[in-house]
Design a protein around this ligand. Structure first.
Ligand SMILES: Cc1cc2nc3c(=O)[nH]c(=O)nc-3n(C[C@H](O)[C@H](O)[C@H](O)COP(=O)(O)OP(=O)(O)OC[C@H]3O[C@@H](n4cnc5c(N)ncnc54)[C@H](O)[C@@H]3O)c2cc1C
Length: 441
């Protein structure tokens, strides 16, 4: 006979585990399936965890060694082949223990921490087990089929928390074929003694830094961005790029990573590091058209599986959205359990709450910016170079033939000439307007 539980969860990422924790605390029988050897073993993300939702449920997480460093510097850089123009925000006045709710993290550690909390609350975690599809009966989802002996598990509700490629949402008919457009995320974790990291990045104690790189020197001017995040005694270094753009560059993912690591600006920060692990992941780029229905009869879709990610060049967020959607889904399921009704209608409050939350609003808002970036490659392959050239012209200290120095007025005129001749004030103005419109509407 098939096993039975109240809720079967596919995946043991941050969204799944926080949902499992709340459901188990609420007295429900929960089974969480994870295909990896352990939670986080197959996860790939840049490396910054936003913790507002986490801190509500696990207020003492900063002392639990599940995160690396709290971020005190966010730095956005434009790179040309040999130069950098950067804007850095240092924020030293946020209070402990959560500071600005932005921590660097390693998923192999963090996902295990959160899954353990779910297990301690009573959820059952089954690792090394792939779920192939949902089981449907009379038009509603009634369980999952896992790739193991006695693989059928019946449940009142299934939570599809299997990440952006969600085959579970697809098998339940809640979303169509996966979109063809995909982003490739590539990352290496390299080790360096913690005192060296702190000296090199001007950090004290557990302070951390998050550096983002745009433009030519980062990913050869393609739409995409490089990143470098400090952990305790490692650094996460990598990039995200649309697969089509990588193909057009005609370069292998690891070669592009090496090129980024060898950039004269980046190389100085990585001097003396030892590579520890390399990962690469394809993530479908979901437009609103590709998004799944968030609920069906007997099923809800959360986190990356629901398309909730904000992976444009300015923000790399998603784990926070996954945790928020996990909370909202679990609370709705607890209500449905009380009413003994697991229909799509009974689960619909999850979708309504989600749409009102920051998770949906941020996804929706920044979609426009991502689409705009696709149609305006000049933000990646032209303007970073031009701005760096302008800065170089303005800050050059050049001798004159008589052994004196070129006056500032001449430098300013050279900058003005460059703006008019190369940047194109009119087209730049229009592009800025497009970017502002995309970010705002
Ligand atoms: C380039 C890039 C960088 C990013 N950087 C950041 C960042 O710095 N910070 C941030 O917050 N977000 C970042 N994100 C987004 C973030 O990675 C995701 O939003 C987040 O991981 C989603 O969490 P989740 O719990 O929904 O699912 P996931 O974390 O995707 O977890 C899904 C889990 O399900 C398991 N699974 C999948 N299929 C099955 C199956 N059939 N059976 C059993 N188990 C299965 C997987 O092994 C995995 O453990 C980034 C995204 C990209 C593209």
């Amino acid at each position: 006979m098939a096993e039975r539980c109240d809720v079967a969860i596919v995946g043991a990422g941050p969204g799944a585990s926080i949902a499992a924790y709340i459901l188990a605390k609420g007295g429900l029988e929960v089974i969480m399936f994870e295909r990896g050897d352990y939670p986080g073993s197959k996860a790939m993300f840049g490396g910054v965890l936003y913790t507002t939702v986490l801190s509500k449920y696990f207020p003492d997480f900063p002392g639990a060694n599940c995160v690396e460093r709290h971020i005190i510097e966010k730095r956005f850089s434009m790179l040309s082949e040999s130069n950098e123009l950067a804007l850095s925000f240092k924020f030293l006045d946020f209070e402990p223990p959560y500071y600005n709710h932005s921590f660097t993290a390693l998923r192999a550690i963090f996902d295990r921490y959160l899954a353990k909390k779910a297990e301690e609350a009573g959820a059952v975690l089954v690792t090394q087990t792939v779920v192939d599809e949902v089981i449907a009966s009379e038009g509603r989802v009634v369980g999952v089929r896992a790739r193991r002996e006695g693989g059928e598990v019946l449940a009142n509700v299934v939570i599809a928390a299997d990440g952006a490629n969600s085959l579970i949402a697809q098998s339940a008919g809640l979303r169509g074929e996966l979109p063809l457009s995909v982003i490739l995320g590539v990352k290496e974790v390299v080790s360096l003694p913690r005192e060296v990291i702190e000296d090199r990045f001007s950090l004290e104690g557990d302070e951390g830094a998050a550096y983002e790189y745009l433009g030519g020197g980062a990913v050869r001017g393609a739409m995409g961005a490089g990143f470098l995040y400090t952990n305790r005694d490692t650094i996460s270094v990598g990039y995200g790029i649309p697969l089509g753009a990588l193909k057009a560059l005609g370069i292998q993912p690891d070669e592009l990573l090496n090129e980024f690591k060898m950039h004269p600006v980046v190389r100085r920060l990585l001097r003396g590091t030892t590579p520890e692990e390399y990962s690469a992941h394809l993530i479908p780029e979901m437009t609103p058209h590709d998004l799944p229905h968030f609920v069906g009869d007997g099923i809800v879709v959360i986190g990356g599986a629901a398309g909730l990610v904000n992976a444009n060049p300015l923000f790399h967020e998603g784990t926070n959205m996954a945790m928020a959607s996990g909370v909202m889904a679990a609370e709705t399921i607890l209500q449905a359990h009380k009413a003994g009704n697991f229909s799509a209608k009974a689960l619909e409050p999850y979708a309504s709450r989600l749409r009102e939350s920051f998770a949906w609003q941020d996804y929706d808002r920044y979609q426009g910016l991502t689409r705009m970036a696709e149609t305006h490659p000049q933000f990646f392959n032209k303007y970073p170079y031009e701005f760096i050239k302008l800065a170089r012209k303005l800050f050059s200290v050049a001798p004159t033939d008589d052994g004196m120095q070129v006056p500032k007025r001449a430098l300013e005129l050279a900058v003005a000439d460059h703006v008019l001749a190369e940047l194109g004030l009119m087209s730049f103005g229009l592009d800025l307007l497009d970017a502002a419109k995309a970010a705002m509407f």
